[in-house]
Ligand binder design. Structure first.
Ligand code: KDG
Ligand code: MG
Length: 419
């Protein structure tokens, strides 16, 4: 039998797409710090990707500049999967938030380029719409229950159908998720980390009352979420989940840290309150056990922190096998580029659950012009070719990097606790 003819190197080369001719890292602080990678091809098309890692921004910027950009120049911009594998397997050092945010920046920029080349919004390349729009949840918070209810009412008025509720806890100086002044809640607020004092016991006594108050005022049609922000031990989380069952939460988030994925077994044995975790995860391996043992209901990984669209699709497909839905992190510390990319992902994946939406400030929105919009509780990524988010570099240059940290938390006896 005659062997099939092998393609010559020239024939393979003729099938190659445009080359990457430039890749630049842009760090800007229009209200908060963002790291953006801009990749340009030999066809003159460019794409942008978010690489922001809150409080560690310059680590990703240096990783990209020193270790990734030199390897990108000359590569075929079309080979997204190959570039992902090259940066992940090829680098020897795998995973970790810095590496995965850097890979995400490249991946997102390349998907942007590919979709622009196809003259399609990114979601079309990902398989098209799986739904009419992306259901998002917003943040309501207050210094007391009256203020919290006012905040929920304002968000319902804006059209949101799902609301995360956080409230100051009586006797606790600083509760997670509550603003420090009159403005919106913004976690990264110090040039060195501010120290907060926390009591889980007081919080556990108060949380059911908070949920009861909101349910009594707004009824059961509004989806309510709550973030425990890693403050509880597994047994404390189990007890909270149990005490909140009658209020039918959409989810209880980050009930306990998940480095030890088995910890969620204990919570699961005690409560039917749906569980969400994963905003700090950066790899499918961080949630392998949580998903395969069905210990959670929603996986919170997001495009910028979990290796880009390419890796997020892998996580979502794996989660779908076990009935786990997506619920991507979407605070102000992911840039509008991540938000835009996430909305294309959300629109297309079959097991989409919900998307977090914390609107950016006006300066951020100006630096990152975007096609996405909010209407009647849903977000829409828009129909621009690519992911629909750009960066205004001239404007970005007017907002230089400023060191900013999240606070840290101590227990009342002075012990370091999880923030
Ligand atoms: O960088 C930390 C914030 O992204 C985080 O505190 C926000 O928990 C958060 C959330 O659910 O949005
Ligand atoms: Mg959270």
């Amino acid at each position: 039998m005659q062997e099939p003819e092998r393609e010559t190197t020239q024939q393979v080369a003729s099938k190659q797409g445009a080359r990457i001719v430039d890749a630049r890292v842009i760090v800007t602080c229009p209200g908060r710090n963002f790291v953006t990678l801009k990749i340009t091809t030999s066809d003159g098309v460019y794409g942008v990707g978010d690489g922001t890692l809150n409080g560690r921004e310059l680590a990703v910027s240096a990783y990209l500049q020193e270790h990734v950009v030199p390897c990108l120049i000359g590569r075929d911009a079309d080979r997204i999967e190959d570039t992902w594998q090259y940066l992940y397997r090829g680098a020897y050092w795998r995973r970790g938030p810095v590496t995965m945010a850097a890979i995400a920046a490249v991946d997102t920029a390349l998907w942007d380029i590919k979709a622009k080349g196809a003259n399609m919004p990114l979601y079309q390349l990902l398989g098209g719409r799986g739904r009419d729009g992306v259901t998002v949840y917003c943040h309501a918070n207050g210094h007391d229950l009256g203020e919290l209810c006012e905040s929920v009412a304002q968000h319902v008025e804006l059209g949101y159908k799902a609301v995360r509720v956080q409230c100051a806890v009586p006797g606790v100086a600083d509760a997670y998720g509550v603003s420090h002044g009159d403005g919106p809640y913004e976690p990264a607020d110090g040039s060195v980390p501010r120290e907060e004092v926390w009591s889980t016991a007081k919080y556990l006594r108060f949380a059911p009352k908070m949920m009861e108050t909101v349910r009594l005022r707004f009824g059961f049609d509004l989806a309510l979420l709550h973030d425990g922000h890693h403050r509880m031990t597994p047994i404390e989380a189990a007890s909270l989940g149990k005490s909140l069952e009658e209020f039918r939460l959409f989810w209880l988030e980050d009930a306990t840290p998940a480095e030890n994925q088995q910890a969620f077994r204990l919570i699961r044995q005690h409560t039917t309150t749906p569980l969400a975790v994963g905003e700090v995860f950066n790899s499918i391996f961080d949630c392998q056990q949580l998903i395969s043992e069905q210990l959670i209901d929603y996986i919170r990984a997001t495009v910028v922190h979990a290796g880009g669209i390419t890796h997020m699709r892998r996580i979502a497909s794996f989660a779908d096998l076990y009935g786990v839905k997506t619920g991507s992190h979407g605070p102000t510390d992911v840039s509008p580029i991540c938000m835009g990319a996430a909305l294309h992902f959300d629109l297309s994946v079959p097991n989409f659950g919900i998307q977090e939406h914390m609107p950016h400030c006006a300066e951020t929105d100006e630096v990152f012009p975007h096609a996405y919009r909010f209407k009647d509780g849903l977000m829409h990524p828009g129909e621009s070719a690519g992911h629909g988010v750009d960066i205004d570099e001239k404007l970005a240059a007017r907002f230089p990097y400023k060191r900013m940290y999240l606070p840290v938390a101590r227990l009342e006896d002075g012990s370091m606790h999880n923030w």
